[in-house]
Design a protein around this ligand. Structure first.
Ligand SMILES: Cc1cc2nc3c(=O)[nH]c(=O)nc-3n(C[C@H](O)[C@H](O)[C@H](O)COP(=O)(O)OP(=O)(O)OC[C@H]3O[C@@H](n4cnc5c(N)ncnc54)[C@H](O)[C@@H]3O)c2cc1C
Length: 411
């Protein structure tokens, strides 16, 4: 390290939407900020490979961070897209029950929606047909505030705004170590050090690894769950008007395979949830033996496997067999056929799991110190963190500096 080592008020590790929203909030206050990203471009991982749905905040436990930040983020994401002329549409969505045992879970969603201030309409079969004539269900919820967008475009715009405010974006720089000192943190990368008075780690699939590289035990392990998508043929796409979701299984923090008409007009179904064999394991062929071994020998993962092996094998079967996948989709859309489906990419979820096998449900922030020399680790930011990113960024700024920013452009 030399006297010329670049220094910033805040350094953000990770150029996904959460890191960029945090850097944007910091830059809005006039503080100097740098984003340090290991990949050659922004939004390469979860942010650039997801369902692109602007979630309403319906599902989440009232009083939790997810509920508060998703509801705020839903409005703020739409406002941000309007201001910057980014692709988006407020389409509304259906949550469809196909079996009687799902009805009590649907009632619980109505309760949660009410408690979170989300508008929800209950529909009978005739009501379902008005919204989606080809959907079969015994009851459904219509949630008008749900929308669609392109999170990669939002992340790139945030990067542009950070740079415009004088912030720096450093690509191709993997952070290897974080060393806390009395008044700052040394951020070590292969191409040199940076100094931050405070550091925020938003490293998604590697956030636990970076926490350990900062000398802190994160208390969780990131388990990578791949979510694969199937594209619909034109014939099957004509059966879908908007967003069609199943009633989620409360045992898992995933929303279940849903059909979505994206902002580009294409319809896809997914994502499923299969254990990935590398942190960035986007296909069955992407295997890193050391990472996979670390995943499957983690006590928390062993407990998850013991408890949910039947579900896990079902998801693997659906991943490998188009016939099995189509059966899942036919529960809501009976006229879709196996030949209508084609592989359409995948994303990998960074899911924090505790050693006792608990899948962490809410967003998780861990403070390593406070004031100058502090590091804040974002250790669980799965769905709906893309929706909630703008309020998450403001929340992190407040935790770091005590300064509270108003949301941008929400009327
Ligand atoms: C299949 C799928 C579907 C989803 N659907 C939705 C949806 O419809 N709506 C929604 O709101 N949310 C959805 N999500 C969740 C959403 O995508 C994530 O919550 C959000 O993108 C998290 O953003 P992030 O910035 O924390 O992570 P990421 O986008 O993964 O960014 C983390 C960044 O950190 C970088 N990094 C890692 N290690 C280092 C290091 N050592 N040094 C420097 N950089 C590093 C990575 O390269 C990466 O760019 C979905 C996620 C998946 C996987």
């Amino acid at each position: 390290m030399t006297a010329a080592t670049p220094a910033f008020d805040v350094i953000v590790v990770g150029g996904g939407i959460v890191g960029l929203a945090t850097a944007h909030a910091v830059a809005r206050t006039g503080r100097s900020v740098a984003v340090v990203e290991r990949e050659p471009r922004l939004a390469q991982h979860q942010t650039g490979n997801n369902s692109n749905v602007i979630h309403s905040g319906l599902y989440y436990a009232p009083g939790g961070l997810k509920a508060r930040l998703a509801v705020a983020g839903c409005a703020e994401t739409v406002a941000f897209c309007r201001t910057h002329d980014l692709p988006h549409e407020v389409t509304g969505k259906l949550v469809v029950a196909t079996e009687p045992e799902e009805l009590p879970r649907m009632a619980e969603l109505v309760r949660r929606g009410g408690a979170n201030g989300v508008e929800v309409h209950e529909l009978d079969q005739a009501g379902i047909r008005v919204h989606e004539p080809h959907v079969r269900g015994i009851g459904a919820l219509f949630v008008p505030s749900t929308g669609i967008t392109d999170y990669r475009a939002i992340a790139e715009k945030l990067g542009e705004l950070v740079a415009k405010e004088g912030g720096e974006i450093h690509l191709c720089r993997a952070v290897q170590q974080l060393a806390r000192r009395a008044g700052d943190v040394v951020v070590r990368t292969a191409t040199g050090d940076l100094l931050g008075r405070q550091v925020v780690v938003c490293a998604g699939l590697r956030s636990d690894e970076v926490a350990r590289a900062a000398g802190v035990d994160p208390g969780v392990r990131i388990i990578p769950f791949r979510g694969e998508y199937s594209g619909f043929s034109d014939r099957a796409a004509a059966l879908v008007k908007g967003l069609i979701y199943p009633v989620p299984d409360p045992a898992f923090p995933f929303l279940g395979v849903h059909a979505t008409r994206g902002i580009d007009g294409h319809v896809h179904a997914g994502p499923n949830a299969v254990l990935a064999m590398a942190r960035e394991g986007y296909s069955w062929g992407a295997v890193k033996p050391k990472e996979f071994l670390q995943t499957i020998t983690y006590p928390g993962m062993l407990r998850v496997a013991k408890q949910h092996w039947r579900y896990g094998f079902g998801e693997m079967h659906r991943s490998l067999s188009r016939d099995a996948m189509v059966k899942q989709i036919q529960r809501m859309l009976p006229d879709v056929r196996a030949e209508d489906l084609s592989r359409a990419g995948a994303g990998v979820r960074a899911q924090a799991v505790k050693a006792d096998g608990t899948l962490v449900d809410d967003f998780l922030f861990v403070d390593q110190g406070s004031g100058p020399g502090a590091i804040l680790h974002v250790l669980n930011a799965p769905s709906p963190a893309a929706t909630a990113a703008l309020p998450i960024g403001r929340e992190i700024l407040e935790r770091l500096t005590g300064e509270r920013l108003a949301p941008l452009g929400v009327t």
